[in-house]
Design a protein around this ligand. Structure first.
Ligand code: FAD
Ligand code: NDP
Length: 432
């Protein structure tokens, strides 16, 4: 028993939605030849909304309002849209094994789905505390955040915790965005993470200190340089406190955990070349894996970044998911016309009324600039390596200013005097 398609998109997240739009725009398939297979029960949606609009106490974002591709100010791809386009949505379906030599996938229900061309868009899963030797993260008031199901659990936990205490584990993207959402929902927050500063992999200590001070003014408490070791629970299994390595006990009505992700590559282990550096499925500039009929996009793909001299990276951000997905479809349908991807890494976040963007790579010497103030902040940093701009960060910029820093990074603007660069600040990028 089985079904056969020409094109199968495995995964129903951000990149799946953008790949579908690109297929529809280019034509290149007939009704019934293309499907999306997703473990999730709903059509692809803009995952970033889950830690922002979805968590608002009033006027929260809900489906169908944030299906892809609304996040890139494009069409809203509702289930009706897929039907009209002749794209089959196979939802609530988990693929449990894949055979790239036979070009076949097997669902949890035992159905075989075959393809001529496969796009792997399986994204990533949240790391669990169990993987760090801490038991009990299945309690009803411990929340992770990767999909809409997790987001609903988080919303319910927040509703039953108004005026109470939340402990946020992890000082990365999830930790920072969820802490802000919890505060907005009138919940007291303590953040716990192992590093000296939040967002340690991207922010400089100076930038991190700015956000930490801002959060502190909003009532957030930081417990840095330590990790949790166990939970205290009541008779019903609900967590009541978090115990830290240094012995400290933090009262908790709920816990949010954001301790990183792992790319969902396991179906293809031993079948496709995996990038050793960052655990992604290795692809070329056409997003093609070591097997010519299989492409990989989004969080799961490790692809060469021209700007970094072809260095292979696995990026965990939405812009990369959107662009790699569209690029793969272009490469599949028009291989001769599709050049190797030329991607400028772009990350962003929005918390409270703050908003920042980052372009490039945070390597080299750093120069900060601008006003690190609480009212109307407008500050940033350049990273300079071998006399060239490699990365740029800006908080509180206008559209034109963000555009200017992205261009400066994309062109690897030359820097002759670091002190002068600091003095010029944003003006350096704008004059470029
Ligand atoms: P995903 O969107 O994760 O989709 C993967 C899909 O594959 C899912 O539908 C999953 O169910 C499915 N799947 C996996 N395995 C199987 C299987 N075996 N069988 C069937 N289906 C399977 N990035 C930013 O740049 N800015 C942001 O503000 C931002 N906010 C975020 C907020 C949250 C809460 C989260 C979780 C992520 C955020 N990101 C953000 C990251 C961004 O959402 C991801 O980079 C992006 O979703 C990756 O897209 P993807 O298609 O590769 O994977
Ligand atoms: P991140 O990798 O951003 O951050 C994980 C944080 O948890 C780091 O501070 C990490 O420290 C810390 N950590 C690791 N292990 C432990 C531990 N045992 N105890 C306590 N802290 C620990 O991952 P997130 O979970 O925050 O985000 C998940 C994914 O969602 C990412 O792909 C991210 O890109 C995406 N996302 C992106 C957003 C955006 O771009 N605006 C918003 C929300 C999510 P260390 O660095 O030392 O490992």
């Amino acid at each position: 028993m089985g079904r056969a398609f020409v094109y199968v998109i495995l995964g129903g997240g951000v990149s799946a939605g953008y790949a579908a739009l690109e297929f529809a725009r280019r034509g290149g398939y007939s009704r019934g030849e293309l499907c999306i297979i997703s473990e999730e029960a709903v059509a692809p949606y803009e995952r970033p909304a889950l830690s922002k609009g979805y968590l608002l106490p009033e006027g929260a974002a809900r489906l169908p309002g944030f299906h892809t591709c609304v996040g890139a100010n494009d069409e809203l791809l509702t289930p009706k849209w897929y039907k009209e386009q002749g794209i089959e949505l196979i939802l609530g379906t988990k693929i449990i094994s894949a055979d790239v030599r036979r070009k076949a996938l097997v669902t949890a229900a035992g159905e075989t789905i075959s393809y001529k061309t496969l796009i792997i868009a399986t994204g990533a899963r949240a790391l669990k505390l169990e993987e760090f030797g801490i038991q009990g993260s299945d309690a009803e008031n411990i929340c992770y955040l990767r999909n809409i199901h997790d987001a609903d659990k988080l919303v319910n936990a927040m509703k039953s915790c108004s005026g109470g205490n939340a402990v946020v584990i992890g000082g990365g993207y999830i930790g920072m965005e969820c802490a802000a959402a919890l505060v907005t929902n009138k919940i007291r927050v303590t953040m716990v993470f192992p590093e000296k500063h939040c967002m340690a992999r991207l922010f400089t200590p100076r930038i991190a200190e700015y956000y930490e001070n801002y959060y502190t003014l909003k009532g957030v408490t930081f417990v840095k340089g330590t990790v949790l070791t166990s939970f205290e629970k009541d008779a019903t299994g609900k967590v009541t406190a978090v115990i830290l390595k240094d012995g400290k006990r933090l009262r908790a009505d709920m816990v949010v955990v954001g301790i990183g992700i792992r790319a969902n590559t396991s179906l293809f282990e031993g079948q496709l070349v995996v990038s050793m550096v960052n655990d992604g499925i290795k692809v070329n500039g056409q997003m093609q894996t070591s097997e010519s009929s299989v492409y990989a996009v989004g969080d799961v793909a490790a692809f060469p970044i021209k700007l970094f001299d072809g260095d292979v990276r696995r990026l965990e951000h939405v812009d990369s998911a959107r662009r790699t997905a569209r690029h793969a479809v272009s490469a599949i349908l028009e291989p001769a016309k599709t050049r190797d991807i030329n991607y400028l890494p772009f990350f962003y976040s929005r918390v409270f009324t703050l908003s920042w963007q980052f372009y490039g790579d945070n390597v080299g010497e750093v120069v900060h600039f601008g006003e690190f103030t609480n009212s109307s902040p407008r500050f940033g940093a350049y990273w300079v390596n071998k006399g060239r701009i490699t990365g740029a960060f800006l908080e509180g910029g206008s559209r034109e200013e963000y555009e200017a820093i992205s261009v400066a990074v994309g062109r690897k603007a030359k820097v002759t005097d670091m002190a002068e660069l600091g003095k010029q600040g944003l003006a350096f990028a704008i004059q470029e």
